[in-house]
Structures are given as C-alpha cells and as structure tokens.
Design a protein around this ligand. Structure first.
Ligand SMILES: NC(=O)c1ccc[n+]([C@@H]2O[C@H](COP(=O)([O-])OP(=O)(O)OC[C@H]3O[C@@H](n4cnc5c(N)ncnc54)[C@H](OP(=O)(O)O)[C@@H]3O)[C@@H](O)[C@H]2O)c1
Length: 225
C-alpha cells in the first residue's frame, strides 16, 4: 500500500537515498532539508526547504500539511549534524549547534507533526552506534555521540507517552554508512554499507517495524566504527 512519509536530512547521504527510493516506489514523500537543489520535485517527491532549528518554519510546514489534509504514515527523523573536534577545543556554541539539530530540532518537528501522524504510524529516529551505552566510543565525537544518546532516551520516553494511542517510536542506531558525515567523522574509512543499502533497510523498517517494536533502539551495524 502506498504511504505518506516525511523524511528529514533529504539533501544528501542516507536521507537523499531514502527520499528517492520511497518516492520512486510510489510513496508520497515530503523531503526536508535546508538545501533542496539536489531533490527534483516529482509527482511523489515534495522537496521542502526547512532549517530544523527554526521552529517557526516547522509550524509553517505543519500549516501546509493541514491545508492539504495530509496524514503522515511515517516520520523519519534522519537529519543530523556532526562536529569532529577534540573535546578541549569544543565551545558551548559547538555543542549547541549539534544539539539544536539532532535533539531540539528533532523534538520540535516531532511534537509539531504528531497531530498529523496516523495513530498506527511510525516515528523512526535515526541514531548512531556511538549513542548507545557500552558501545565503542571515538575521540572527537563528544557533542555528536552524546546528542545521539539523548535521541535514544527521547525515543524511549515518547514511546511510553504515546503507547496507548500511537504512533510508535523506534530508533535505529546506525553503524558506518558511506556518506559525507562518515568522512567527517572517520576520514578515509571505507564503510561496508552504502547510503542506498541503508536507505532500503530504513524504508522497510519505517513502513513495517511498528508492528513488531515500540520504544526500541536497534543497532544496525556490522562493523566498528
Ligand atoms: N553515515 C554514517 O556513517 C552514520 C552513522 C551513524 C548515524 N548516522 C546518522 O544518519 C543520519 C544521516 O546521516 P548522513 O551520513 O546521511 O549525513 P549527511 O550526509 O551529513 O546528511 C545530513 C543531512 O542532514 C541535514 N541537516 C543538517 N542540518 C540540518 C538543519 N539544521 N536543518 C535541516 N536539515 C539539516 C542535511 O541537509 P542540509 O545541510 O541541506 O540542511 C543533510 O541532508 C544522521 O542522523 C546521522 O547522525 C550516520
């Protein structure tokens, strides 16, 4: 059955592959990122330029959905920001810039869109192996990985808060995927998984995973990093 998805971080990397894959399969996709030149509007792909740190812009997007009578089946919070810097050199601003996208932006978008999400629908938060307690950790990623840890707990909390009504909330803690972000985090490292391969897995999970999971953070990784 064809569904309606909102996918963030759609201008490049995993989100771009995901938006293309889903829309080419016939699903309606609202593809959100600041830059949208890489996304060609089609009958099923609707690029929306949004900075997730701008709550006013998110509200305007929600108004558009309301006007169009849109019901969302899956929200995939995939957008992410990363800073790779020794902790001693990071400023409060660095931490803030990462958290504003990965945590506060994700929380704002989710809160504002929940009224539009089908009760049997699914919110999938894209997290990272580095945000899991007890996983391998890497220097330089203090702001990034700690923000993903916050995303994981937020996911569990929302699943609890909405467990009697829906939608379902799950997190996917990704391992290395070949994208610009991976290159920034681990320069020169070759990931065993492409953005397209990961997109295929995430799409299937977003459309079906809520039948089997709620409030889970699932590691999706076959390598370290
Ligand atoms: N690649 C990996 O190995 C890996 C591993 C673990 C987890 N992840 C997670 O997977 C997700 C996708 O990562 P990726 O590797 O595809 O990253 P990427 O290539 O760096 O893409 C990040 C996306 O996030 C968007 N974004 C960043 N700041 C934004 C903002 N303020 N407002 C709206 N959109 C914003 C970017 O679009 P604009 O710049 O156009 O706004 C871009 O589309 C992220 O959450 C990342 O943490 C990736």
């Amino acid at each position: 059955m064809l569904k309606t998805l909102v996918i963030t971080g759609a201008s490049r990397g995993i989100g771009h592959a995901l938006a293309k894959l889903a829309s080419e399969a016939g699903h309606s996709v609202y593809a959100l990122s600041r830059n949208i030149e890489t996304l060609e509007r089609t009958a099923t792909l609707f690029p929306i330029s949004i900075d997730l740190t701008d709550e006013k812009a998110i509200v305007e997007f929600a108004d558009q959905l309301k006007e169009e009578g849109v019901v969302i089946d899956a929200l995939i919070n995939n957008a992410g920001a990363l800073i790779n810097k020794p902790f001693s050199e990071t400023s409060a601003k660095d931490f803030e810039s990462v958290y504003r996208v990965n945590v506060f932006g994700l929380a704002s978008l989710t809160r504002i869109l929940i009224p539009f999400i089908e009760l049997k629908g699914h919110v999938v938060n894209i997290s990272s192996m580095g945000g899991l307690q007890g996983s391998s950790k890497f220097p330089g990623l203090a702001a990034y990985s700690s923000s993903k840890a916050a995303v994981n707990i937020l996911t569990e909390l929302l699943a609890e808060e909405y467990k009697n009504t829906g939608p379902a909330f799950n997190g996917l803690a990704l391992g290395a995927v070949q994208t610009e972000m991976l290159e920034a985090a681990f320069p020169g490292f070759k990931a065993p998984v492409t953005a397209q391969q990961m997109a295929k897995y995430i799409l299937q999970f977003a459309l079906q995973g809520q039948q089997f999971y709620n409030g889970k953070i699932l590691p999706v990784s076959s390598s370290t990093p």
